[in-house]
Design a protein around this ligand. Sequence first.
Ligand code: GLA
Length: 733
Amino acid sequence: MSIRKQLRLCCSLLGVVAPLFFPASAYAEAHYDPAMRLFRLDGGTVTYAFGVNSAGALQPIYWGPRLAASDKLAAKAIPDLSGFEPSGSITPQEYPGWGGAFYTEPALKLAYPDGVRDVVLTFVSGHADGETATVELSDIRRPLHVTLHYTIDPATGIVGRSTIIRNDTKTAVRIDQASSAAWSLPANTDYHLHYLTGRWAAEWTLQDRALTDGTTVIESRRGSTGMQANPWFAIDRAGLTTEESGPVWFGALAWSGSWRISIDRNPLGDVRVVGGFNPFDFAYRLQPGETLETPVFYGGYSGQGMGGASRLMHRFEMTKILPAPKPRPILYNSWEATEFAVDESGQMALAEKAARIGVERFVMDDGWFGARNNDHAGLGDWTVNRQKFPNGLKPLIDKVHGLGMEFGIWVEPEMVNPDSDLYRAHPDWVINFPGRPRSEGRNQLVLNLARRDVRDYVLKAVDDILSNNDIQFLKWDYNRNWSEPGWPQLDPQDQPKIYVSYIRNLYGILAKLRKRHPKLEIEDCSGGAGRVDLGIMGLTDQIWASDNTDPFDRLSIQDGFTHAYAPGVMMDWVTDSPNWVNNRSTSLGYRFLSAMQGALGIGADLNKWKEADFAEAARMVAAYKEIRQTVQGGDLYRLIRPTDPAGRAATFYVAPDKKQAVLFAFLHSSTKLDRQPNIQVIGLDPARQYRVRAIAASDADSQTQSGAYWMGHGVEIPMTGDFQARGLVFEAQ
Ligand code: GLA
């Protein structure tokens, strides 16, 4: 008997409700009641329930704060409202097929070769065990089967949903739309929708719009996740929700290819969120006996506002998504210092300087391979450039290791420059439509990873680099989106499978590399944050949040990022001032405090630094090492968002045991001798005494007060001038 079953048995023998014994954060259960045909998932502070209604359809029943075990739940179909609003269309479904009289967004749409395009799914069987539930649905007439998988995370109550579609008919079926899940929210009139949009060097803008009747679509048609929208949403209630209180429903898709999430409110006020593969230009032919599995769509609920929702996401990602969560080493990256002009002596000189300030991982960026002297040539030729490295990479790697740092290297294995030996040998390996132009982005084309030979080449190319050199870390880049997405070697009807097969092969390559090189860590980068989602996060260790390294711009970029993704994976670099993005000048201290809100890196040209810069950087790096666990693994409170009209911003990170906390505060510009209000922090233990001192300062100027004081009275942080920053460390006594 599993431990969980034993615990359940023991609880029922004692006649107690499990959550009394086990903190809500440690217990989850998926339960199926066959008599009522009711499924219920309980985890964290959340209950998610659905069941079979009188029409045999699987209907959502409840998603929100955790209910009592004794609460009675049942699926009740909504009767016809009129001839225009039939029951089957206005009654929410867990996974609606496009068939019958159904007018809202379906999860599944398909076509049979005989012209029938009707799929009506009804319940066949169900099963629940531990933290998972499985439901079998079938079409009412043809052996077209759908299996819904559910998991619930005990700590966060985040539900994972995915679907397998199986064709047991005797003919091929064309799947036109396959979503992972449909989520339903109770009818309300004051919902607000939040999602993240952006562009290169300007990712992670948080959008906020009233959810009124009609549909909002966020999507990528680009073959990868995209910067223009991220597959994450949150819905709150305007009248009830603030940053730290009130209901928020949120979700994120674990998929790194083209995706779509559509959020609609129907005229009855019901809200549905349907997401999965983007149906645009999609078609997936399923032969008899074949299956198509969707990505996982995760969904969660918090009663603690947007801050609570993102803390749940962070905790879930750090414990359930990341392959091997560990504190991030402080890295140095050569890109902004040298761009493509890397060579042995130049990199060695930078490595020596990086080691002086306490860097733990030295990363050589673009330019070390093939004929790569600019972005016009060389991509695809993964052999060391002997003009730049006459003795190969070994002398540099040995030097970096000798300085006590790990060695990492930049790769962009999915791409090729037309000016490369690889492209000259295999012009057919790129994504293209025959006889049509091959549009370039950054002078490069996309290799068709969906092809087996290309997949095998890419795997071998990277595997060889790792096997022939003592490398601990890859920065895996991806610097354009798809165009002309053809796969000419396949039957035209099967070519759109590229949207699925490419990504699955990418995931396969990353998984194999990790298996073959168990100590390897990988950074997910796509010209900044062009491919950030829970799918790629499950195979990588950290994320490059933006090519924009301006420390002031970064405040809003990082604020947007942390709504969906954990500070523990968010790479932030200290770079040169004035910054290349805005020509803005900021102090080294400001740049450090901005970058210390995530996983710290240095990307400055250390050759230009003065002794005083090295001394200050060494102090800040040492100070960061003392707070890194709290910043990367603690609870984040966004105290003052960078949208603040007074130009302030503040974040607060509290260690899980509340023994340490860190406050970062920023001011754009002081004006008119205005005084800044105290900053009231959140999440400390009110009864404990906390000694507070500036980051990288001695205890001499510290002040000790209770957690209650710091939260109630707040912290005085007077700042005057432009681009001011302060960092404070709270240590429990
Ligand atoms: C992308 C990355 C940068 C850098 C360059 C190298 O733009 O986001 O950090 O690695 O490629 O070409």
